[in-house]
Design a protein around this ligand. Structure first.
Ligand code: PGA
Length: 250
């Protein structure tokens, strides 16, 4: 089963509007020789400008989070409707920085996924274990509960555009990439859990990205693994020539 590659850049709290526009204008020159879906996730402030600059290119523009309520007295929060109006068609939910620094639990993420789906936003749902959990042999337990609790109550049809990102917390921003074998092992586990939850067809069609210190220098080895369908890139997604090389992985 051929799954379309998915190459995503998470800009985190980086790039002004001007810097974001310079970056995407440079990225437009990527050949995209693997015919991948290409996604960029700017800060809320830059979504509109970046989405306008990318109109007609096929690039996907995503928000890095959204709130689960439709509207109201939720100071600082941004709703799915608002990010959609700004030009995003996707949203990253459950990034480990959101989980660790801002209190996003599986239960909250389950509600955020519902809100995003109500507005037809494509969800990139992140899962991953900490180093302590890995060393305590808890990878399967942690990943399973992130998937089961986060995706509870949805059918395969509801989640047909879902993308999963496996991001081991110990590999994010640390320069310590998981080996391709470590990534493959957890991706296969994720596919097994998805099979149990939503059936083999769903699991075989769902793209699973690896994230955590992906670089121009290691992307080819990671993408060579059977269960790795793409990458979610942080630091190197901010550098046009590096991210272009990642998009055009060998
Ligand atoms: P990194 O970040 O590539 O800088 O490790 C990845 C991510 O957090 O999505």
């Amino acid at each position: 089963m051929a799954r379309k590659p998915f190459i995503a850049g998470n800009w985190k709290m980086n790039n002004t509007i001007e810097q974001g526009l310079a970056l995407v204008n440079a990225l437009k020159t990527a050949k995209n020789k693997n015919n991948a879906d290409i996604m960029v996730a700017p800060s809320f402030t830059a979504i509109n400008a970046v989405a306008n600059a990318l109109k007609g290119t096929g690039f996907i523009v995503a928000a890095q989070d959204c709130y689960f309520e439709e509207k109201g007295a939720f100071t600082s929060q941004v709703s799915p409707e608002q990010i959609k109006e700004a030009g995003a068609t996707a949203v990253i939910l459950g990034h480990s920085e959101r989980r660790a620094l801002f209190g996003d639990t599986n239960e909250i993420l389950n509600k955020k996924i519902a809100a995003a789906l109500r507005h037809n936003l494509q969800v990139i749902y992140c899962v991953g274990e900490t180093l302590a959990e890995r060393e305590a042999n808890k990878i399967e337990q942690v990943i399973t509960s992130q998937l089961v609790e986060g995706l509870k109550g949805y059918s395969a049809e509801d989640l047909k555009t879902l993308v999963i990102a496996y991001e081991p917390v110990w590999a994010i921003g640390t320069g310590k990439t998981a080996t391709p074998e470590q990534a493959e092992e957890v991706h296969a586990l994720i596919r097994k859990v998805l099979t149990n939850m939503l059936g083999a067809d769903f699991a075989n069609n769902t793209r699973i990205l690896y994230g955590g210190s992906v670089k121009a220098e290691n992307v080819d080895f990671i993408m060579a693994k059977d269960n790795v369908d793409g990458v979610l890139v942080g630091g190197q997604a901010l550098i046009a020539e590096k991210f272009t090389r990642i998009i055009d992985y060998e």
